[in-house]
Design a protein around this ligand. Structure first.
Ligand code: P6P
Length: 357
């Protein structure tokens, strides 16, 4: 008897049937992203062979040097999606402004936000990297999308997910009806369903943070980090969690999704004028929080649910605590108890970005 093979196309179509109003555009958009993932994977898995390793002489909007694969991945996603008439605009972590659909092409009802190659600083050392994507419905008038179509809360996402280019190439996505994982079978060039209905295992097993920066974190986050190590004097019987940190958010999130755990990237107290840390709300955090919540977990900025944040700038940063709900809520409680000064600065930053919207 042949095993039942569910390709990503078949699965998305089955998901679509659960939405009678669906027109198939989202199905096709997700399929286009899967194809872009295959093409990107074809380069990331042979980066040392083709002349695609190393840095370009250009920088992105954050002043970070762009890796050749960053530019390649960004170009592939843009070109796979600019003519399909499913999108009315795109936004990329690698571009300061939104990417309009060229006038020669028609437009559609969705906007796509993406980080083309998250963790790209790891490429040259052969560590897993990934592509993160988020899809919103257009909400403004007019044919072409504008930045206001990008600035929507994660709660309103139509779909989100990532590709991870590691020991295998996988695509994980959710339309809010569970989280589903597909593994690329290179022999046939298809993503096939290998991880249906993923749920974050309880209790969490790992914590993921760049602990080298612990001395620069707020008191509440430092106490959270001690608790994770079983070193909280007020809870001497607390267990110690394993520590795993890759330095690619996609890879760290993926492990925690499959094995349970929390990923966090808090603000650096040395930079009081940057109370939101490093992670980008629209290109990294929203998608991961959407997936975490769809898999029974939770994503917070340390104060509240990341999905409820009303974004105000395309490249807005946000502190991130994402994974098992009990672990994330412990972080929130310790921050509430010890970090009022940071909370005040962070809330002022959030309302300031509201003013600039
Ligand atoms: P650090 C990659 O640049 C990224 O945005 C995330 O993928 C990753 O989790 C984080 O930055 C790593 O940052 O400061 O620990 O190198």
């Amino acid at each position: 008897m042949f095993p039942k093979i569910i390709t990503i196309e078949r699965h998305i179509l089955e998901q679509q049937r659960m939405h009678p109003e669906a027109t198939g555009e989202l199905t096709s958009l997700l399929y286009d992203l899967a194809l872009a993932g295959k093409i990107i994977a074809s380069q990331t898995t042979r980066a040392g062979i083709s002349d695609i390793l190393g840095a370009t002489d250009s920088q992105n909007t954050y002043g970070e040097t762009q890796q050749k694969l960053d530019v390649f991945a960004d170009t592939i996603i843009r070109r796979m999606n600019d003519h399909t008439e499913r999108l009315c605009a795109m936004a990329s972590e690698e571009h300061e402004n939104i990417i309009p659909i060229p006038p020669r092409y028609g437009t559609g009802k969705y906007v796509l936000l993406y980080d083309p190659l998250d963790g790209s600083s790891n490429i040259d050392v052969n560590v897993s990297v990934g592509t993160i994507f988020a899809i919103h419905r257009k909400r403004t008038d007019g044919e072409h999308g504008v930045v206001g179509d990008m600035l929507q809360p994660g709660r309103d996402l139509v779909a989100a997910g990532y590709m991870i280019y590691g020991s295998s190439t996988m695509m994980i996505y959710s339309t809010g009806q569970g989280v589903h994982g597909f593994t690329l079978d290179p022999s046939v060039g298809e993503f096939t369903l290998t991880h249906p209905d993923l749920r974050i295992p309880e209790p969490g097993k790992f914590y993921s943070c760049n602990q080298g920066y612990e001395k620069y974190w707020s008191t509440g986050v430092q106490k959270f980090t001690k608790w994770l190590q079983g070193l909280d004097e007020s809870d001497p019987d607390a267990k110690a969690f394993g520590h795993r940190y890759v330095g690619s958010m996609v890879a760290d999130f993926h492990r925690n999704l499959l094995q349970g755990g929390v990923f966090y990237y808090p603000a650096d107290m040395r930079k009081p004028d940057q109370p939101a840390g490093k992670i980008r709300l629209l290109f990294e955090a929203q998608a991961m929080a959407f997936l975490a919540e769809s898999a029974g977990g939770y994503g917070s900025d340390g104060v509240g649910n990341l999905l409820d944040l009303q974004p105000h700038e395309l490249h807005q940063r946000v502190p991130v605590f994402i994974g098992n709900r009990h672990m994330v809520e412990r972080a929130e409680a310790l921050i509430r108890e010890h970090d009022q000064a940071w909370i005040d600065r962070y809330m002022a930053y959030r309302s300031k970005t509201m003013e600039t919207a």
